[in-house]
Each structure stands twice: as C-alpha cells, then as structure tokens.
Design a protein around this ligand. Structure first.
Ligand code: ATP
Ligand code: MG
Length: 237
C-alpha cells in the first residue's frame, strides 16, 4: 500500500529550539488519515512545542515533517496553514473584541466554501449561531473553546491540531466537548494534546507519550487501556 496516502502526517527525528534552549530532541509521530492521535505526557514534556513546530510557529532545527508526503519543515506558518492544517492553540486564541462572525470570517481562507462550512459549525456548536453577532468576550470558557475549534473547522482542513481543549473546563463541559470532537473526528484527522484521561481515551485511537522533548512510547487505545503500568510509568497516575 502507498504509504503517502495512509499517513497524513509524519514527524521523523524532529528537534526544536526555543531561543537558545534545545526543547525537542527527537519527536517521531505518525498520524494516520481518519484517526485521532493523542499526545500524552507530563507538564513541560514538549507537547505544545510539538504542535507549534508542526504548524510552523517554531520551525524545527532538524528532522522532517511530512504533510501528505510533502516535507513542510521550515516552511512559514501561513504556508502550512494554507496547505490545510487547522491549529487550535492551548490558550483559545480568539479575538474578544470581535464578534463570533468576525472571528470566523478572518479565519476563513480564500476559495473556501464559507457558507457550507458555517452551516457545519452551527450544527456542531449551536451557541455559535445563537451569539453570532455578539462580541466573543461574552462567551463562557466552554463556548470560547468551541469558537476556537470552530475557527479551525471553518476551513476544509486535512488535519486539525488541538492543544488541551479540556483545560479549565468543568467536567460536564468536557463531556460535551468529547461528544463534539468525536463527531469532528468522523470527517477530520485530529492530532490532540490532552492530559484529561477521560477525553484522551474517549477520543484517541493512537497515543504517543512525550517526555523530556522526545516521543518515548507509542501505543493503540487498546494497548493503553489494557496496561496500567504505562499510566504509572509515564503519566504518574
Ligand atoms: N518561551 C519559552 N522559553 C523557554 N523555554 C520554554 C518556552 N516555552 C516553553 N519552554 C520550555 O519548553 C519545554 C516544553 O514546553 P511545552 O509547553 O512544549 O510543554 P507541554 O508538554 O505542552 O507542557 P504543558 O503540559 O504544561 O502544557 C518546557 O520545559 C518549557 O519550560
Ligand atoms: Mg502545553
């Protein structure tokens, strides 16, 4: 089988510096088309830096990053985003002075079927329709997260990167978000950073543990759930 059509993303021996600090030492990840892959690991391991490296915000110092078979390592972020990568950063990067509509409009890429994508966003997150003309600063934490995800969904992306969507949300909202991401997953390939065990295991098909700037372990959901020592060894739970 042709490898290129199977894997939407491959990271090989990726290394990244932040300023003078060597942060990623060897990240190896394969994201299979149509799957949800989850990066797990304790605080400071390099999960966010990995997503920033893929999206071009922090160009790697070494290694290759294949998006649909094409090496994107070192390309400017706008080019990577243009080529179909949606990025939902850790801190819900929305513009609070803009309305929901404006937040979505500025994210929509040229040539995009905006009306069709908007319909999809409304279906998934009815609150976006309800508050469409309101400034996004009125949104609750959960709704702000939904807007942040909607900004990625407004384009027909090949791959969506989502960094800790559950952070700071109440359990009931986390459960709602799990349902939504499971719907998103049906049509989109997702690479998720998540420390919330319930969300990680309800959404993920494949898992990587990122520790000290390296991917130190990988497994399927079945393997993760079957082996408690993985949790104890790498996650301290
Ligand atoms: N701007 C920066 N300058 C220097 N070091 C940084 C900077 N940003 C992150 N780091 C360091 O890089 C390492 C990896 O950070 P990163 O944010 O990628 O981890 P993470 O796995 O996402 O952690 P968390 O679970 O807390 O979100 C950490 O040791 C962190 O202190
Ligand atoms: Mg992080």
């Amino acid at each position: 089988m042709d490898n290129i059509t199977e894997n939407i993303l491959e990271l090989h021996d990726v290394e990244t510096f932040i300023g003078q600090y060597h942060i990623l030492f060897g990240v190896n990840i394969t994201v299979r088309k149509g799957s949800a892959t989850v990066l797990l690991g304790r605080n400071g391991g390099g999960k966010t830096t990995t997503l920033e490296t893929i999206s071009g915000l922090r160009p790697p110092f070494a290694g290759t990053i294949l998006l649909d078979g094409k090496d994107i390592a070192g390309l400017p972020a706008y080019e990577i985003i243009q080529s179909g990568v949606g990025y939902v950063p850790e801190d819900r990067d929305i513009f609070s002075d803009l309305t929901i509509e404006e937040n979505l409009l500025i994210s929509s890429r040229k040539g995009n079927d905006y009306d069709k994508r908007l319909e999809l966003v409304f279906e998934l997150f009815p609150d976006m329709k309800k508050y469409f003309k309101k400034k996004s600063r009125i949104l609750s934490g959960g709704q702000a997260q939904m807007l942040s995800i909607s900004r990625a969904l407004i384009n027909d992306n090949k791959l969506i990167l989502i960094d800790e969507p559950s952070k700071g949300l109440a359990p009931i909202l986390i459960r709602e978000l799990i349902d939504r991401i499971n719907i998103i997953k049906k049509d989109n390939t997702v690479l998720l950073v998540e420390q919330n065990w319930e969300m990680a295991t309800s959404v993920g098909d494949y898992f990587y543990i990122v520790q000290d700037g390296m991917t130190v372990f990988e497994c399927t959901k079945e393997e993760l759930l079957a082996d408690d020592t993985i949790k104890q060894k790498y996650l301290g739970v």
